[in-house]
Design a protein. Structure first.
Length: 499
């Protein structure tokens, strides 16, 4: 499903209004959707609506009037003077035939539900003074909170907390999610998110052309690899994983098993001779071949059957790893660069980016976590408080000329052209040693089967999260490849694929 920035959502509203649907009609539909959600969240007891001066507050007034018409006890706390409201918000306020309460925390009382209609998704300045005090009082009240569009205090595009933010039990948003419903920390404030249809036609997206989607099967179903009845293992690609020295071989093996479970027909670990026996003793379906030097690696990759490669997990930091990366790029093997392969270029990231561009291979994926990201993209700093993870990943993909997968609980995958997905399915127990190595392998396994880089990275991230959910709490990285068949079965069932 598409994800809209606040400016894109404003455009969707404007296009809908220009097509003949009044803005107040959209507000009525939004407020009624909020009222429906409120009835479900609090079946009885008093409800307090905290309303702001903009359209978010207007939605709150419509919801209040609707709830009162259904016999609920409702009060409205308003940020400003009622007669200062303008436009559709003023029209909505006229539909509320009762007094409004003064804007102070004591007005909240002890309700069964608080509806947060204070600030909308377009908030772009820090909250201070009385609004901050009200947000703190809402959070301290103890009543469940239903947020309108987005919890007040969250920037809808970046997901950042603007000084203070409501912690909602549920959020009702309209037409499409915003980035802040998926990006952290915003997602942590939203609770359960419901997307309401308020009468905006899907056809407006043809005009807006959004480039961001939630990372879910409907986004990449057309690229999902399904083995042919007449296929064979060589048709499903041959992935190579570069191993490090004897003391750090486990990461490469995790990546190799991830690639095999993701569907690669064959997987080979390119191992230093000193570590050959260690790798061979543990691996069974995965093959092992001796490769020590970049020259040997170049000769090894002359075999055209090798079509995807992972470099980084346990590879070691330094010149050898850099040379292996340049070699793989020169050979135009679809490539996943992770961990040590990224850190090896920390002193000269432009050398990596130039090598990627020179290779002319559009199937290169970089998989940094937040600690590795600034090593390659120091001027696209993750410490800049005004830039979202989505913006940073997009800028990095453009800079590198490769797909950038910025890991975390809200993993973003971005392509150089601007397309991006945001994942929201990773459970907290996925944060464990070796999980990223398996992810790198899964992506390589998909690349080996001919899946384009952006889709391979997005599919890999989603399946990685679902595998963690399948394994459950107590997960260790070795569990992830073993539960992949269950994830495949669920996808096959969802897509209507027989197996």
């Amino acid at each position: 499903m598409e994800v809209l920035t606040t400016s894109e959502m404003e455009r969707a509203d404007h296009l809908t209004i220009a097509a003949g649907k009044p803005g107040f009609a959209l507000m009525l539909s939004a407020g009624q959707a909020v009222a429906e959600a409120a009835m479900d969240l609090a079946e009885e007891g008093p409800i307090v609506v905290v309303a702001g001066r903009g359209n978010n507050g207007g939605d709150g007034f419509v919801a209040a009037a609707e709830l009162a018409a259904r016999g609920r006890e409702v009060s409205v706390v308003l940020l400003c003077e009622r007669d200062s409201l303008q436009g559709d918000a003023a029209s909505a306020a006229r539909g509320w035939k009762y007094p409004v309460l003064p804007f102070n925390p004591q007005a909240l009382g002890k309700p069964a539900l608080i509806i947060d209609a204070l600030f909308g998704a377009g908030l772009n300045r820090p909250i201070k003074g009385e609004p901050q005090e009200m947000i703190e009082a809402i959070n301290a009240n103890g009543a469940p909170v239903l947020a309108v569009d987005l919890p007040s205090g969250i920037n809808g595009t970046t997901g950042l907390v603007m000084g203070a933010a409501v912690r909602a039990t549920e959020t009702v948003t309209f037409f499409r999610r915003k980035p802040a419903h998926l990006l952290l920390p915003g997602r942590m404030h939203c609770g359960r998110v419901h997307v309401a249809d308020i009468g905006i036609a899907r056809s407006v997206l043809d005009e807006i052309k959004p480039q961001t989607s939630e990372n879910a099967p409907d986004t990449w179903q057309a690229s999902f690899p399904v083995p042919r009845m007449d296929g064979h293992k060589y048709a499903r690609g041959h992935a190579v994983v570069v191993s490090g020295e004897m003391a750090s071989t486990g990461a490469a093996r995790l990546a190799a098993r991830g690639a095999l479970r993701a569907g690669a027909g064959l997987v080979t670990v390119a191992s230093p001779r000193e570590a050959l026996a260690v790798n061979a003793a543990v691996l069974t379906a995965v093959m092992v071949r001796p490769v020590d030097t970049p020259m040997e690696f170049a000769e090894f990759l002359h075999d055209r059957r090798f079509n995807a490669c992972v470099i980084g997990p346990g590879a070691g930091i330094g010149e050898r790893t850099r040379d292996f990366v340049h070699t793989a790029l020169s050979a135009q093997k679809h490539l996943v660069l992770d961990a040590d392969a990224l850190t090896s270029f920390a002193e000269a990231p432009d050398r990596l980016f130039e090598s990627i561009r020179t290779s002319a291979d559009t199937h290169v994926v970089l998989t940094p976590h937040e600690g590795e990201f600034p090593r390659l993209f120091s001027d696209i700093s993750n410490k800049n408080p005004g830039r979202s993870k989505l913006e940073r990943a997009r800028d990095a993909a453009q800079r590198a000329g490769a797909v950038v997968l910025l890991k975390g609980a809200d993993t973003v995958v971005a392509a150089p052209g601007g397309r991006a997905t945001i994942a929201a399915n990773a459970p907290p127990w996925l944060a464990t040693a070796g999980a990223g190595d398996v992810l790198a392998g899964i992506i390589a396994g998909l690349l080996a089967q001919g899946v384009p880089a952006f889709e391979a990275a997005s599919i890999g991230v989603w399946m990685h999260g679902e595998a963690a959910r399948e394994a459950g709490p107590g997960l260790i990285a070795e569990d992830l490849p073993e539960v992949m068949p269950a994830v495949f079965r669920r996808l096959y069932d969802q897509f209507g694929i027989e197996y």
